[in-house]
Design a protein around this ligand. Structure first.
Ligand code: ZN
Length: 511
């Protein structure tokens, strides 16, 4: 039994370890990446001399869906997570803003972004004036098994984009931050040690029984993500040619990957006999559970140098001069806390405008899930159900996303009352008579319109259930539509006329 428990525990750890082999980073640290790294490292002094400069990075998010549009991603989540990304890159003074969000309907790309046809599709859709991030549902191998969580596709200027699982966006594993590190020319701190640890030999992260307490090998060759890499020493004597070639990140022989943790659990010495103290919480490691993960100072300077390099000139074409994130949360004026609206089909949500906002997202959750985007500071809801509890969230948005803590939530309740609604400009008057009516009585809907309009006429009860609907045309000047109430039991009903011109709602009472 004890053995079984241990086994299960192992699988559990293996499956949550973000950068376990099957769910890892698939970035190929190829020659081109190292050439750019070498160039950027040489620019370090120049970059430091520039002092305090904010670098603005336009990002094009490509939301990939299946052919039929399913398995998409909620834009709200993306916009919220942009704020996390900016917080995590704050020390580097690199700021990401939304250049564009667009959609690609391709089941193939959404599940197998490593196929050459998928790569071609991403090349075709690449925005040449932004950092491109493709958000997919799965990264599968040909046999259908998972093959990674994210990757930066390097290798030629035609690629140069990031692919990542939607599920890893904004989570505490810093997946996007890690891939952006690759985008800006950073290798893994444990470059060369990425292989599958279960395969033994020198293939994979550090294993005491394979590599010994003192690691004597001089070159690590097992990784499929990089070529042979010289094993780095603690004293720094080979730091600019070995490991990640960045000297202020100490040697890392894939320790985080081996333990699936964020604490150095091994006592290991390099071949000089110097004890190794890795920066296990480095963003570019495969450690797990370190939130927050950090960059070293030289890694930051390298990324800044990459942004400033000729290779990245296309990122510098925007005209952003000022970072104006949403500073505070939206103050909702109505509803007040726990407000009860007597009417359910005419609920006004209102908030104080925020100067920095380009628009607002309003999310209604509860019995219905509704989402709206508006540039106004109010929203009139006509589609809520009676006797229901709802939450409303309002958050302000601009190209920098929204602030991390800028969502205000209010709870409210709808009653059974209803109000007449006429959002149709070309309809000047609406009358329903007799109202109240007796069951079985003929009812007339009379409308005065300034033009001909066709639309759906529907009758609902107070549970939101549709009793009937029909397509009707109303004509310029006065139209009268005769309705039968023969099958209506006493109660309150809502008669809705929905056309491209807008919505009309009338309350009908049957006695
Ligand atoms: Zn990686």
């Amino acid at each position: 039994m004890k053995y079984l428990f241990t086994t299960m525990l192992f699988f559990f750890v293996a499956s949550i370890g973000l950068y376990s082999q099957s769910e890892g980073c698939i970035t190929q640290q190829d020659e081109q990446l190292f050439e750019r790294l070498e160039y950027n490292l040489k620019q370090a002094n120049k970059t430091v001399e520039k002092g305090y400069v904010t670098r603005f990075v336009p990002v094009h998010f490509h939301i990939v869906t299946d052919n039929d549009g399913s398995n998409s991603l909620d834009e709200d989540k993306l916009i919220k997570d942009l704020c996390k990304l900016n917080n995590r890159y704050e020390e580097a003074d690199i700021l990401f803003y939304i250049d564009e969000i667009s959609y690609i309907n391709s089941t193939n790309l959404n599940s197998r972004p490593r196929l050459s046809s998928s790569v071609s599709l991403m090349r075709q859709n690449r925005n040449s004036n932004a950092m491109n991030v493709y958000l997919v549902t799965n990264i599968l191998q040909n046999d259908g098994s998972p093959s990674g969580a994210a990757g930066y596709y390097s290798g030629g200027s035609n690629n140069d984009f990031i692919v990542m699982l939607k599920t890893t966006l904004g989570n505490d594993s810093f997946v996007l931050e890690h891939e952006i590190g690759h985008f800006f020319s950073l290798p893994h701190t444990h470059v060369g040690w990425e292989g599958d640890i279960s395969q033994g030999s020198t293939n994979g992260g550090y294993q005491p029984e394979i590599h010994g307490d003192t690691v004597r090998i001089q070159i690590i060759t097992g990784s499929t993500q990089s070529g042979p890499v010289e094993v780095e020493l603690v004293n720094g004597s080979n730091c600019n040619v070995a490991g990640d070639r960045i000297c202020d990140t100490p040697p890392d022989y894939g320790f985080g990957q081996s333990c699936g943790c964020c604490t150095m659990v091994y006592d290991v010495w390099d071949r000089n006999g110097d004890k190794i103290e890795p920066m296990i919480d480095n963003v570019m490691s495969y450690s797990n559970g370190c939130d927050p993960f950090l960059f070293s100072q030289e890694q930051i300077i390298t990324m800044q140098s990459d942004f400033d390099s000729p290779f990245r000139s296309y990122l510098r074409t925007g005209e952003v001069t000022e970072y104006n994130p949403i500073p505070n949360s939206v103050n909702i004026i109505s509803p007040v806390s726990d407000q009860i609206y007597e009417d359910f089909n005419g609920v006004l949500i209102e908030w104080e405008p925020i100067a920095e906002a380009e628009g607002y997202r309003v999310q209604i959750s509860g019995r219905q899930q509704l989402s709206f985007i508006t540039t106004d500071s109010e929203l009139f809801l006509t589609e809520l159900l009676p006797n229901s509890l709802y939450f409303v969230d309002v958050f302000a948005v601009n190209k920098f996303g929204t602030g991390c803590n800028t969502v205000t939530r209010r709870l409210f309740q709808t009653g059974t009352g209803s109000t007449s609604v006429n959002e149709t400009e070309s309809v000047n008057s609406v009358t329903l008579y007799p109202n109240p009516a007796r069951s079985g009585e003929q009812i007339t809907l009379s409308l005065e319109a300034s033009k001909n309009i066709s639309g759906q006429l529907s009758l609902y009860n107070l549970n939101g259930e549709k009793i009937w609907d029909q397509w009707v045309s109303i004509f310029e000047n006065r139209s009268a539509i005769e309705l039968s109430s023969a099958e209506l039991t006493p109660g309150i009903y809502l008669l809705e006329f929905n056309s491209s011109e807008g919505l009309i709602v009338e309350k009908l009472i049957i006695e």
